[in-house]
Design a protein around this ligand. Structure first.
Ligand code: C2G
Length: 132
């Protein structure tokens, strides 16, 4: 039986922390499906537009070797539907989301992975803005 893993993220200004979580998520199963958060969802959630558009972010994530399939995550509230649609056996999230999706445990296993320290999209944007 194929074990499907699902994970979600914005993956804006793609960096090694993003790569590591995707690699570790993929290692938990046979097939990794990634929900890339929509521009509109980001605007609602973070109050700013991502640097790269949803189409660009999806193209980058889809090109990664450990990723089998990508889709657009339109709402945080639709997690249960996405898990069902993609027949996910495991939901993986970074531990900045620890506890937030425990209620999905009735439809799949829920795993929180530790974040890669000392790197974030926000810090990168600040660093690059300082150089310009
Ligand atoms: N991440 C990580 N280490 C970092 C930075 C990010 O492991 N240094 C992980 C996050 O924990 C997350 C993934 O990379 O699992 C994507 O991070 P973001 O792009 O910041 O995703 P976010 O905006 O939190 O969107 O449904 C949930 C959302 O779509 C998650």
């Amino acid at each position: 039986m194929t074990r499907t893993v699902i994970t979600f993220g914005t993956f804006d200004v793609f960096h090694v922390g993003h790569l590591r979580v995707i690699e570790r998520a993929a290692a938990l199963g046979d097939r990794l499906v990634v929900g890339v958060s929509a521009d509109a969802l980001n605007l609602r959630k973070k109050g700013r537009e991502p640097v790269f558009s949803e189409r660009e972010r999806m193209a980058i994530v889809a090109a990664l070797k450990p990723v089998s399939e990508v889709f657009l995550e339109e709402s945080l509230e639709l997690k249960r539907d996405y898990i069902r649609t993609y027949h996910a056996d495991v939901l993986v999230m970074g531990d900045d989301w620890k506890g937030r999706f425990d209620d999905m445990a009735d439809v799949c296993e829920v795993v929180y992975l530790p974040r890669t320290p000392a790197i974030s999209t926000t810090a990168l944007i600040e660093k690059i803005s300082g150089i310009a």
